[in-house]
Structure formats: structure tokens, C-alpha cells
Ligand binder design. Structure first.
Ligand code: KG4
Ligand code: ZN
Length: 337
């Protein structure tokens, strides 16, 4: 056994992922099998299809991770898996595989919250990062603004009241025919567009709360496209993408920095799939630094779902003595804080 060697499995949405991480910081292998091409045909994730694909891929992905890390099952010190939130069928695949491994190997098991996992992507990327900080986790399923006074302790400052930020990207992109997932496509198109071309609403900006709402923006974007189509006009896609993206980024950056000021921390952390957005990274860094904050985000490969972030979070749980029982079950609606 190698002290601190943890296997992390992630299967909450449409990525089957396995990673081997040493002492929560050093990634020895990070294998991700994406189902994006399968779900793209349907314009979004089909849960039943996803579960079946996870069953098919979990063992090959696990084998590849061990091989790539140059270790064997007997070297593992612990096993971690995503407990939730996510799609129940997918979660069950990784979680059950991890529990079976932990039982068979006689090593401890860590049930990891997926949102907490996203935060640990930053621990992997920035070894010097330590709380307290304010963290914005934005992905296809979550928009959570958290105060993290210490690792393992999460106070919710705000979250979305309707759609998640990534969900808004995906739904609007799908409506204009940009395929799934929409976030990366909008990001690419926006580079050539005019951010001020279309005045989309900035919901709940300056309302004194740290909550978000993106469904009004989504409706506004869809209506805009409807009107153009009715008039037989072409949709100026780069301008549309740039204006839509700016409306989301404006609110995310303003609320996160206001929250960090209100809480009185010096560090601001970004995580989740939407943290891969180039405009969000650029503006959070520039505006955060201008206000005196240190701003952190993970490299692109650790923004979207992966097993390394789960292994890292799992390692710190196990090291703190928080072993999960083997009769634990998945929790699709699990929340942080
Ligand atoms: O964290 P993640 O892989 O899965 C969830 O936990 O939901 O996030 C996926 C989300 C999708 O909504 C995708 O469109 C979005 O992250 N995303 C982006 C970008 N890359 C991925 N959104 C905006 N800009 C990007 N560059
Ligand atoms: Zn995620």
C-alpha cells in the first residue's frame, strides 16, 4: 500500500471518470471517457442512456487509470466516489464500484459531494491555496456561491433560484442550433462578437442578495431569436453569443466580488464546468485583482467533471477520519452547506 494513494470515481452526469491521486495533490492519472457525442444527438443528456454507458465504461476507465499511474489495486490507500448531486443511475455505477473495491481491498471509502469535488480541483491546481475564501461553483447543474472558512465547512451565500448558469448556456445554444454542450460553442463564437450588440437582462443584479436567476435571460434570448426568425432575418450568431455570455458573466462576477467583500476574505475561487469560460476567467481575474483579491481557477481539464477532484476531496475526508460506511447510498439531490 502507498500512503495517501486514492482512487476517485466520478459518474454523476455524462462523463465516466477515474483518477489516481497521491495525498490529495499529485495527479498520477486522470482518465475521462466522455459521452458527449452520444447525447449530442438528443440535444442533452438522456439519463437512461448515460447509466448504460457508465456500466460499460467504468471498468475500462478504472483499468486505464491504474495502468497510467503505474500502480496496482493493492497499492490503494483509499477509494472515493461521487455520492451526489447528479443522475441516480449514473451515480449508482461509480458509487457501487467504489464501495465494492473498498470492501474487497479492505481500505476506507469516502463518499464525496460533487460540488465539493469541483472546489478541490483548485486544491490540485494550486498547492498553496488555503481557506478562507469565497467560491463560485458554476456548472451544468449548479450555481453555488459559498463561503469556505475552512476545508469541509461550507456556508451558502447564494445559489440559483432556477436554471444553473451552464444550463442556460446549454439551452440557449441548443435553441440556436449550436449543439450540446453549448457553453464551449458560445464561448468560441463570442470571441468574434460584439458584447453590446443586444441588451439582455441582468437578473437580480444589485438586489442585495447573492442569489442568481437565469431563466429570464434564457426566455429573453429565445424571444429575441423568435422575433428575428419571424421577420425572416438572420441571427447574428457571434453578436448573440457575445451579448448573451456577457449578461451571464456580468452577474457572476459582480455578485461573487460583492460577496467576497461582504464576507471579508482575500481570495476568490472559481470552479465547475462554466469556470472554463474564457470571458468569466478573464473578467474575474482582472476585476478581482483590481479590488485586491487573489483569484484562483483550475486548468480547463479540471473544470469539467473528472475523477481527480473526487480523489482529492476524498483524500482530505479520509485524512480527517471521515470514513463513509459501506451501506451509504447515493443522494441525487445532495447539497453542500
Ligand atoms: O462541471 P460540469 O462538467 O458538469 C456538471 O457538474 O454539470 O459542467 C458542464 C457544464 C455544461 O453546461 C457546459 O456547457 C459548461 O459546463 N461549459 C461551459 C464552458 N465549458 C463547459 N460554459 C461556458 N463556457 C465554457 N467554455
Ligand atoms: Zn460537475
Amino acid at each position: 500500500m502507498i500512503e495517501g494513494l486514492v482512487l476517485g470515481l466520478e459518474s454523476s452526469c455524462d462523463e465516466t471518470a477515474a483518477a489516481v491521486v497521491l495525498q490529495g495533490r499529485k495527479v498520477l492519472a486522470n482518465i475521462i471517457s466522455s459521452q458527449v457525442e452520444i447525447h449530442a444527438r438528443f440535444g442533452g443528456v438522456v439519463p437512461e442512456v448515460a447509466s448504460r454507458k457508465h456500466v460499460e465504461m467504468i471498468l475500462p476507465v478504472l483499468d486505464e487509470a491504474l495502468q497510467c499511474a503505474g500502480v496496482g489495486l493493492g497499492d490503494l490507500w483509499g477509494v472515493a466516489a461521487t455520492q451526489g448531486p447528479g443522475l441516480v443511475g449514473g451515480l449508482l455505477v461509480g458509487f457501487t464500484a467504489a464501495k465494492a473495491l473498498a470492501f474487497g481491498l479492505g481500505v476506507p471509502f469516502a463518499a464525496v459531494n460533487h460540488v465539493e469535488g469541483h472546489i478541490y480541483a483548485n486544491v490540485l491546481a494550486h498547492p498553496d491555496l488555503a481557506p478562507p475564501f469565497v467560491c463560485l461553483t458554476v456548472s451544468g447543474g449548479h450555481t453555488d456561491l459559498l463561503h469556505v472558512p475552512e476545508f469541509g465547512c461550507y456556508q451558502v451565500l447564494g445559489r440559483t433560484r432556477d436554471d444553473a448558469a451552464g444550463e442556460a448556456f446549454d439551452k440557449v445554444a441548443r435553441f440556436v442550433g449550436l449543439g450540446y454542450p453549448g457553453g464551449p460553442a458560445v464561448d468560441r463564437l463570442a470571441q468574434e462578437g460584439d458584447r453590446e450588440a443586444i441588451a439582455f437582462p441582468r437578473a437580480m443584479l444589485g438586489d442585495g442578495t447573492f442569489d442568481f436567476s437565469f431563466s429570464g435571460l434564457k426566455t429573453s434570448a429565445v424571444n429575441h431569436v423568435h422575433n428575428l426568425r419571424q421577420r425572416g432575418e438572420e441571427i447574428p450568431l457571434p453578436d448573440f453569443a457575445a451579448s448573451f455570455q456577457e449578461a451571464i458573466v456580468d452577474v457572476l462576477v459582480a455578485k461573487t466580488l460583492t460577496a467576497a467583500e461582504a464576507v471579508g476574505v482575500e481570495k476568490v475561487v472559481l470552479s465547475g464546468g462554466v469556470a472554463a469560460n474564457s470571458r468569466l476567467r478573464e473578467r474575474m481575474m482582472a476585476e478581482g485583482q483590481a479590488k485586491g483579491f487573489q483569484v484562483y481557477y483550475p486548468p480547463l481539464v479540471l473544470c469539467t467533471d473528472n475523477g481527480a477532484m473526487i480523489a482529492s476531496a476524498g483524500y482530505f475526508q479520509l485524512r480527517a477520519g471521515r470514513h463513509s460506511p459501506l451501506d451509504a447510498n447515493v443522494i441525487p439531490g445532495l447539497r453542500v452547506g
